[in-house]
Design a protein around this ligand. Structure first.
Ligand SMILES: NC(=O)c1ccc[n+]([C@@H]2O[C@H](COP(=O)([O-])OP(=O)(O)OC[C@H]3O[C@@H](n4cnc5c(N)ncnc54)[C@H](OP(=O)(O)O)[C@@H]3O)[C@@H](O)[C@H]2O)c1
Length: 257
């Protein structure tokens, strides 16, 4: 890709999106940041065709705050359809979409919504590549926040190979700008951190650093449709995954994360 090419980052202000914007700029490409706060809404379509004018590649890292399957499915499938429609009109040549490692057997919840997202994104017409990522380092704080009651945070029992959002951003930009893969390789590229961890251990590191909550309790919630996947290690990366640091502990110690 030429350095004058424009890359649109959808979800440019999010946990991973803000890093994607930075990495695209560091590589010398022009970046078109897209989010409601930049005046473009991918659900209503307001401002989308105008924003995609001259864009060669879309990197979609948008998300909904709702972890509910129905709302999340509606968000992701609408986003995919609108990006394909608007991008096809303006001549976008490739789309790269971030998803989650190990969700193939999900039948409910947010991860099932991501499966629907993958299917809608691959439906075209724009040639699309899915990159699956492990849970972000930045996600631990959100999970702790959701589970906090008084002095205790209840976090789900989960084996995960936590990865920095910055590391995910680097992989997404690599895939967005590289030559097409060999047609025989149908595997999704995966990006994960350097080692498998228990989510609760990571949460304890975070709590120790922040000084709260006082206690982290690991819970196995039968109401969680993804409980078996969380606990069995299904969310850990495949052998072909790219593994890259920093580890969660190294990342927490960084002064400018
Ligand atoms: N979090 C994880 O651990 C993890 C792991 C693997 C994969 N992923 C995937 O990574 C993606 C990004 O996750 P994240 O945690 O970085 O998301 P996030 O922090 O919640 O950011 C969401 C982004 O989407 C934008 N957005 C929301 N609604 C929009 C709309 N209608 N139109 C335009 N922009 C909109 C938001 O900006 P505005 O609010 O300004 O519109 C924001 O920039 C998701 O697809 C998620 O499934 C996440």
């Amino acid at each position: 890709m030429q350095k004058t090419s424009k890359i649109a980052v959808v979800g440019a202000t999010g946990r991973v999106g803000r890093h994607v914007v930075r990495v695209v700029e560091e590589h010398g490409y022009q970046v078109v940041p897209i989010s409601r706060s930049t005046g473009v809404d991918v659900i209503t379509g307001d401002g989308l065709v105008e924003a995609l004018d001259g864009v060669e590649v879309i990197i979609d890292v948008s998300s909904t705050p709702s972890p509910q399957e129905e709302a999340a499915t509606e968000f992701f499938t609408t986003t995919a359809a609108n990006l394909h429609q608007a991008g096809h009109k303006t001549g976008v040549r490739r789309m790269v979409v971030v998803s989650i490692i190990g969700i193939d057997d999900s039948t409910a919840g947010y991860n099932a919504a991501k499966l629907a997202h993958e299917k809608a994104a691959l439906a075209g017409p724009i040639p699309t590549r899915i990159v699956r990522a492990a849970q972000f380092h930045e996600f631990v704080e959100q999970l702790v926040g959701w589970g906090t009651q008084g002095d205790v945070a209840y976090v789900p029992s989960m084996r995960t190979q936590l990865v920095a959002a910055r590391t995910v951003a680097e992989k997404l930009v690599e895939v967005a700008t590289e030559a097409d893969p060999a047609p025989a390789d149908t595997r999704y590229p995966e990006i994960a951190g350097p080692r498998a961890e228990n989510l609760a251990d990571a949460a304890r590191l975070l709590a120790a650093r922040n000084g709260s909550p006082a206690r982290i309790e690991e819970v196995s919630d039968p109401a969680n449709p993804d409980r078996d996947l969380f606990e069995s290690g299904a969310l850990l990366p495949s052998p072909h995954a790219t593994l890259a640091g920093p580890s969660y502990a190294e990342w927490l110690a960084e002064p400018t994360r």
